[in-house]
Design a protein around this ligand. Structure first.
Ligand SMILES: [Zn+2]
Length: 289
């Protein structure tokens, strides 16, 4: 069942869980995500970054929409880190039900202006928009970039940003970074920022860079009111570990349908751990069918 992000996150906010947004950047990862969502009756967000869309090609979106329309699991098709108005329009044309416009690297007023423009176009056709304020870090090993200096989201700016742009959800920077943290790097998460922002902002809040953070901190962020958490690196890591394990154990193999099932199974373990951590298991029941 295909939903907009607005419908998805309002329900998550009401019932205090977070919906995982998986960057399932290949057909096998989409299979893993759908199988887990159905097995665990958990709502999911299929997040596709513009670089992933280029790799997957536009035709892949027809498969994603087929999966969503033939499943009882509530699902959103979301453009992750749209970098321009044009990228967002392209995604809307393909059938995405949600787009992110990431103007977080722009000066505040320009971020507002760009986000406003995307909101106006997207809302005209019933598509939800996620904006971003503050900067999410980068580790140098993710398709998503970021900055070396993390700028934490300022609650007063967040209030102004949401009011002026009309966004449906807001990605906040509380100290996470995209990718897998290098050995010895300890992210400084400011979890207390979440309730401060929640006090002045009514739209659902989103956490990027959710991979490789301590489970305790992620669970706490859900308790504090985060309703969407992006996971990219962790699921890809477990899938590719599966590929490596298979080839090391069995030597060369050419058939995808022989190699990939065990990799999908390994990936599903990670997906289902995240669903549990986000309190998203069995939450399908809260969505009207
Ligand atoms: Zn991100």
């Amino acid at each position: 069942m295909l939903l907009t992000m607005n419908e998805m996150l309002k329900t998550a906010q009401e019932h205090r869980f977070a919906v995982p947004a998986f960057n399932a950047g290949s057909g096998q990862l989409l299979t893993a995500m759908m199988e887990s969502a159905e097995a665990k009756k958990a709502p999911v967000i299929m997040a596709i970054h513009p670089d992933e869309l280029t790799f997957l090609r536009d035709s892949f979106i027809a498969s994603v929409l087929y999966e969503a329309n033939h499943s009882k699991v509530p699902m959103v098709l979301h453009l992750d880190h749209g970098a321009s108005y044009e990228q967002c329009i392209h995604a809307i044309q393909l059938g995405f039900t949600s787009v992110m416009i990431d103007g977080s690297q722009l000066p505040f007023a320009e971020n507002i202006a760009l986000t406003q423009k995307v909101v106006e176009a997207a809302h005209a056709v019933g598509v939800s928009v996620e904006g971003e304020l503050g900067t999410i870090g980068q580790t140098g090993n993710s398709i998503e970039t970021g900055t070396t200096k993390i700028i934490y989201t300022d609650p007063a700016d967040a209030k102004t940003f949401v009011e002026k742009t009309g966004v449906d959800s807001l990605a906040v920077a509380i100290g996470t970074a995209h990718g897998i943290y290098p050995k010895g790097f300890v992210p400084k998460l400011k979890l207390d920022l979440i309730p401060q922002i929640r006090q002045v902002v009514r739209v659902p809040l989103v956490l990027h860079g959710g991979s490789s953070n301590p489970d305790k901190e992620i669970a706490e962020s859900v308790n504090l009111g985060i309703t969407k958490i992006n996971i990219s690196s962790d699921i890809k890591f477990s899938f590719m570990t599966g590929v490596q394990n298979y080839l090391q154990k069995n030597g060369f193999e050419r058939e995808p349908n022989v190699i990939y099932p065990s990799c999908i199974a390994l990936c599903r373990n990670t997906i289902e751990e995240k669903m549990k951590l986000f309190n998203a298991i069995d939450k399908m029941k809260y969505f009207a069918l």
